[in-house]
Each structure stands twice: as structure tokens, then as C-alpha cells.
Design a protein around this ligand. Structure first.
Ligand SMILES: Cc1ncc(COP(=O)(O)O)c(C=O)c1O
Length: 666
């Protein structure tokens, strides 16, 4: 029973802006044009802009298929400037004497273009790089070209990791090897003696303070990394003994990613700055404090301490960090250190957008089945009556009755008293009753608990051309929310409610939690799809962690990735297209060889042709399809039905070729 007035009012793009909370999570970076298309405008409404569906059409016309990951490099540049700018303001306002040194932890997005662009955009801010493993170290050493850019080495390290990092110091890089486990210190000392160098050493402190949010286990006394207070003291003593206390230059801590509450950050800062001052008093040559990552992204735009949000701004974060360090140092009369942060998510999440299309829709039928009112079965007659008499006064009782009658219908079916058509009719009537109850419930302030799931149960399923496991693994793994919405038809009322199912054969392969200002929505408002016309949707803020955490579930590979930069005249410039994985590539990851697969297929086909199970033309067509599929994208293509074997495009010559190339079975 939705309010008739609202139904009458025409839907506007402003309604869509509000519904999908564009400004809340996207700031000024997105708008909707008069054609109802989502517009990307990273520099705000006066900067260059382009229509996202138009770009998608343009790319499709060039043969680039969906799903596609768009990377807007200007957004990366803006994020670097925003982070460095926030710290610069805090430093200036507080009269802080040290510098701010941003360091990008490459684990968050190791894609070469992303790392190269960040290094380039960060050169005015001396942006450095952080490596958490040997492969990452190799990237970092080769790509760190910024004057004054730090190279921070975290994570568990073996001898060759430490040797490589320390020798790179001789190459001219400012590599800081952070002791994450006490045992690493001895290797550092041995290597420095062997190469006759005085290393830049850091220590990671294991704080008692914990983060807040999904990744809070990274902090606290039981955290995997870092040194306890006792171990920190031992490090100092050991370094003093080796006459290398001046080499202990950096104190690092990291209490987890996506810290949603500023309180947790303040607590950690308090503890870490105390440790900094104490280590300084013990004689360590400290000159950097590294506050790690954790700067959160407000994915749902609610500005709260909800797990997909943050109850603080970038500026507040910078102010708190600078102020806490300053206060602790001033109290002890210590020189202000340079402040390092390893913010990864906050730098990269915003720049990537995953665009996909809807392939099919399944809806729950709620139409009253024809002939229901004349059906002779008593259960069905009772359901028809419930439907007829359903009202605001009796909806909850009707729900209970309908549930009971549906179960009764199934029992009758199992006992042979109701036929399949009758059962289908009872089930449809049940959903018709639920749909009517849903409309009533939507008008209520208070919704009875048992009815809260109706919207979800009655939602459509939109089958989408992407894999959650490959492109948004955190949604599957930790229920991380990403803003998701249609990118066109935004001047039309979205009359359907849907969950999004991906291509994988996995019941977890779906998106059924969506951002909502108050809580989390179980369904997303979408438009009915028009047969023969594409329906484009996009998931935003997927630039941090998702690509590299993505896996090959069902062998859906990397998506096509397109690098865009903003252009004053044309809106966008396509800088680079990185083709997604082909089927051959993903098969090779699991040790299948293309030639071997083809050879095996030919052998099977030859045998089938000889046995008369398949004719030559069909055999040739199957082989052609097989080879095409090996070369193709792993996602679904929008191709037409082939004319088939009789359509004349499977020439006898091809069939002959298949037969002649087939190798005899071994
Ligand atoms: C040591 C370290 N530094 C930095 C980061 C990046 O954190 P974030 O992406 O929250 O900025 C991480 C990730 O968890 C980390 O483990």
C-alpha cells in the first residue's frame, strides 16, 4: 500500500542521487546528467567530465568487453594531493617542525600502472613505497625514483630479503628495515657488518591498543606482528652493545586497516608516542614515527563507525596524528620526527570502478494464477480467501495462515492428493499473499521481526556478468560494502528490488548487502531490464585490495582494465587497455596446456566421427567453438546465436582438416 501521491510524482535524477547516496560516498566526483546517465567528474562539476555509460559504449565499440575495471588516474592524483594536503595543513597549523612523508604500501594495489602513477603523482611530496614481502620489495626497489622517498620494509624477512634491502641502501635508496620479529635483528647486524654499512633500522611495536572494525585483529597484544615492550627494550640493548643505537631511526605501528573509529586511532597514537619518547630517552636515534595504515574509506557515506564507514575525516585524522606526536615530543623536549603514514586504502580505493552488465533476471511470480478461485482443493481455496481479505488489520495473522497452508499443500502433494499444477498454484498464491503483506509492511513504522525478510525473499535476482570472488572478494569474505548502482536510466523510477548474482556456480557468489544511510539494505533498487538492451551497473571504490585478493573461482580471470585520464575537451582519454585473462591463460594457471587440450579434443572427435556419433560438420563446429573459447575472455559474451551446423559456416574443408589433424589415440 504505497502512498499513491508518491507514485504519481515523476521520478527525477535528483531522486536517484538521493537513493544511491551519490554525494555521501562520492562527494563531488559524480553527478547524473539530464539523460539519466552517471557522470564521472573527479575535479567537481566545473572540471572535465564524461558520461560513464557513454564511455562503456565507446569501449564496447572498440571490442573491449564487459566486465571492465576502469581506473581513473586523475583520481589517484587527487587522493595523493588530498592526503598530503591534509597533513601539510596540520603541520602548518600546529607549527610542527618535522615533515610528513607519505608511503604507499604496494600490497594494497601492486598493479604496475598504479604504482608508477602514485610514485609520479607523489614526487612533490616525497612519496615513498612500502614492501611487505620479497616480490613486493623487488617492485619497490626498481620503482622508487622520488628524491627523499622512503622505502619501508615490513613483514617477515629472511636473509636474502634483508640483504637485498640493505644493499639497496648502497644504491642510494633510503631503505628502512623494520624489525617485525626480534630474530630479524641479528640478521640485520650480521649483514651490516658483512657489507660494512650502517643500516636504517625500524621497529614495529605491538600495541595494547586495538583498532576498530573488521581488521582489528591486526592490533592488540595477540597481534601477529610487532615487538612487545620487553622485546623493544632488548632491541635497544642489543643495538647499544653493537654500538648501533643511532641506526634505530623509525618506530612503526599498525593497528589494522579500515579503522572506523577515531577513538581507536587516538588511543593507539597515545600509546605509540609514549613508546617513541621512551625509546628516544633510552638513546635510540629515532627520527621517524610511522603510523602505519588504517585510514578508513567511507564506503557507505554514513560517516559513522560502522564497518564500511569512518566517523572522521581525512583532515581530522591528520590533525590527530600531528597533534599527538607533537604533544608527546614537546612534553619530553624531543625534536619533532618526520611523520610517515602507510595509507593504502585511502589512496587507491576511489580510483577504480567495476562496470558490468545484467545478463538475465529471475523474478518471483506474484500474479494470481488463473483458475485459482475455481480450484476444487480446499487448501487453495483458503489461500485465495486469505488473499482477498488481506488488510492492515489482519496481515500478520494472514501471514501465519499462509505459511501453514503452503506447508499443508506440500504435504498433500507428497501424499498424492495434490498434483504438480496444484502445488505450483499454492506456492504462487503464497508469494502473492507475501507480496501484498510486503506492501502493507512498507507503510509501517514498526515491522514485526518475522516479516523483515519479505523484501529480500520477494526480490528479483539480477544475473550479472562478473565474479564477486575475482572483483569484490571482500564483499564475500568480510561483507565489506561497496556502493553499487545502475549507471544509466537514472531519470526513471527503479521499480524493481533485486539482489545481484554473479556468474560463479556458488551460492555465495552474490551481492545482497548494499549501502544504506541508516543500516544495510538487503536489496537494491533497479530498473526492469528491456529485452535486447544492455543494463549497465557499476561497483565503486574497488581500487584497494580487491584486484589482488581476487581469485579464480570457477576460472573467471582478471577483468579487462582500462586506464582513463580526464580530458578538458573530450571528457576522457583512454590511456591504456590491459586485456583480462583469456581462457587459455587461466587454464595454464592450473597446469592445462592449450596444445594438449586441443590434441585431446581432436582425438576424441576423430573417434566419435569414426564411430558415426557426430558428423564431420558438427565435429568441425565443435572444434572451432573449442578453439575460439580458449582464446576468448573468461566472462560471458553478448554474442548472437550461430546459424548452426547447417548454416553453411562450417565448411566441409574444416571438417576434413579436423579429421586429418587428429592424432591417433595413444
Ligand atoms: C603494515 C601495513 N601498513 C599499511 C597497510 C595499509 O593499510 P590501509 O590500506 O588501511 O591504509 C597495511 C594493511 O593492512 C599494513 O599491514
Amino acid at each position: 500500500m504505497s502512498t499513491p501521491q508518491k507514485e504519481l510524482r515523476a521520478w527525477t535524477t535528483r531522486d536517484s542521487t538521493e537513493l544511491y547516496q551519490l554525494a555521501a560516498w562520492g562527494g563531488e566526483g559524480y553527478s547524473i546528467n539530464e539523460r539519466g546517465e552517471l557522470v564521472v567528474q573527479p575535479m567537481g562539476k566545473d572540471g572535465p567530465k564524461f558520461s560513464l555509460p557513454e564511455l562503456v559504449e565507446d569501449l564496447r565499440n572498440r571490442g573491449i568487453e564487459l566486465p571492465m575495471l576502469l581506473r581513473v588516474s586523475d583520481v589517484l592524483q587527487l587522493r595523493v594531493a588530498a592526503l598530503a594536503g591534509a597533513f601539510r595543513r596540520s603541520v602548518e597549523e600546529c607549527g610542527y617542525k618535522g615533515r610528513y612523508r607519505p608511503v604507499f604500501p604496494v600490497k594494497v594495489n601492486q598493479q604496475r600502472d598504479v604504482v608508477e602513477e602514485l610514485v609520479d603523482f607523489g614526487k612533490d611530496y616525497s612519496l615513498g613505497l612500502e614492501a611487505g614481502s620479497k616480490p613486493e620489495l623487488l617492485i619497490v626497489l626498481a620503482h622508487m625514483t622520488n628524491a627523499d622517498g622512503l622505502v619501508i620494509c615490513n613483514g617477515y624477512k629472511d636473509v636474502s630479503f634483508i640483504e637485498t634491502a640493505m644493499l639497496a641502501q648502497k644504491m642510494g635508496l633510503y631503505t628502512i628495515v623494520v624489525v617485525d620479529r626480534y630474530e630479524e635483528l641479528e640478521t640485520i647486524l650480521t649483514v651490516s657488518k658483512r657489507f660494512d654499512l650502517r643500516p636504517h633500522i625500524g621497529v614495529r611495536a605491538k600495541l595494547a591498543s586495538r583498532g576498530a572494525g573488521k581488521w582489528q585483529e591486526s592490533g592488540g597484544e595477540k597481534s601477529k606482528f610487532g615487538l612487545t615492550a620487553g622485546e623493544l627494550v632488548r632491541v635497544v640493548e642489543r643495538l647499544r652493545e653493537a654500538d648501533m643505537l643511532d641506526c634505530l631511526e623509525l618506530l612503526h605501528f599498525h593497528i589494522g586497516s579500515q579503522i572506523t573509529a577515531i577513538r581507536a586511532i587516538k588511543d593507539a597514537l597515545k600509546e605509540a608516542t609514549r613508546i617513541y619518547a621512551e625509546l628516544h630517552d633510552l638513546g635510540a636515534g629515532l627520527r621517524f614515527i610511522d603510523v602505519g595504515g588504517g585510514l578508513a574509506v567511507d564506503y557507505d557515506g554514513s560517516s559513522t563507525n560502522f564497518h564500511s564507514s569512518a566517523n572522521y575525516s581525512l583532515q581530522e585524522y591528520a590533525n590527530d596524528v600531528v597533534f599527538a606526536v607533537q604533544q608527546a615530543c614537546d612534553e619530553k623536549g624531543i625534536a619533532h620526527p618526520d611523520i610517515v603514514s602507510e595509507s593504502g586504502r585511502a589512496l587507491t580505493a576511489h580510483h577504480a570502478i567495476l562496470v558490468f552488465d545484467v545478463l538475465d533476471v529471475s523474478t518471483q511470480t506474484v500474479e494470481i494464477p488463473e483458475g485459482a478461485d475455481k480450484h476444487e482443493d480446499g487448501t487453495i481455496a483458503n489461500m485465495v480467501q486469505i488473499l482477498r481479505e488481506l488488510s492492515l488489520k489482519n496481515f500478520q495473522e494472514s501471514y501465519h495462515d499462509a505459511l501453514h497452508l503452503k506447508e499443508e499443500a506440500i504435504s498433500l502433494f507428497n501424499l498424492g492428493y495434490l498434483d504438480l499444477k496444484g502445488r505450483a498454484m499454492a506456492e504462487t498464491l503464497f508469494w502473492a499473499i507475501c507480496d501484498k503483506i510486503r506492501l502493507i509492511v512498507n507503510t509501517l513504522e514498526y515491522v514485526p521481526e518475522e516479516l523483515t525478510g519479505l523484501e529480500r525473499a520477494l526480490a528479483d535476482t539480477y544475473y550479472c556478468n562478473f565474479s564477486v570472488f575475482q572483483s569484490a572478494p571482500d564483499h564475500w569474505a568480510v561483507k565489506q560494502l561497496f556502493p553499487t548502482m545502475p549507471i544509466h536510466r537514472l531519470n526513471e523510477r527503479p521499480t524493481r528490488r533485486a539482489i545481484l548474482a554473479d556468474l560463479t556456480c556458488d551460492s555465495d557468489g552474490k551481492v545482497d548487502k548494499f549501502i544504506d544511510l541508516r543500516d544495510v539494505k538487503n536489496v537494491l533498487e533497479v530498473h526492469p531490464i528491456t529485452p535486447g538492451k544492455p543494463y549497465y551497473m557499476a561497483m565503486f571504490l574497488v581500487g584497494a585490495y580487491q584486484e589482488i585478493l581476487g581469485d579464480l573461482h570457477n576460472l573467471f580471470g582478471d577483468t579487462n582494465a582500462i586506464h582513463i585520464s580526464m580530458d578538458e575537451q573530450y571528457g576522457y582519454r583512454i590511456e591504456r587497455v590491459i586485456e583480462g585473462d583469456s581462457v587459455t591463460e587461466v587454464l595454464s594457471y592450473v597446469q592445462y596446456d592449450k596444445q594438449d587440450l586441443i590434441r585431446r579434443m581432436r582425438t576424441h572427435l576423430e573417434a566419435a566421427v569414426r564411430a558415426g556419433r557426430i558428423n564431420m560438420k558438427e565435429s568441425a563446429l565443435l572444434m572451432r567453438r573449442y578453439e575460439e573459447a580458449l582464446a576468448a575472455y573468461t566472462y560471458l559474451a553478448d554474442d548472437d546465436l550461430d546459424e548452426g551446423v547447417d548454416g553453411g559456416d562450417a565448411p566441409a574443408a574444416a571438417a576434413a582438416k579436423v579429421a586429418s589433424q587428429a592424432e591417433p589415440s595413444a
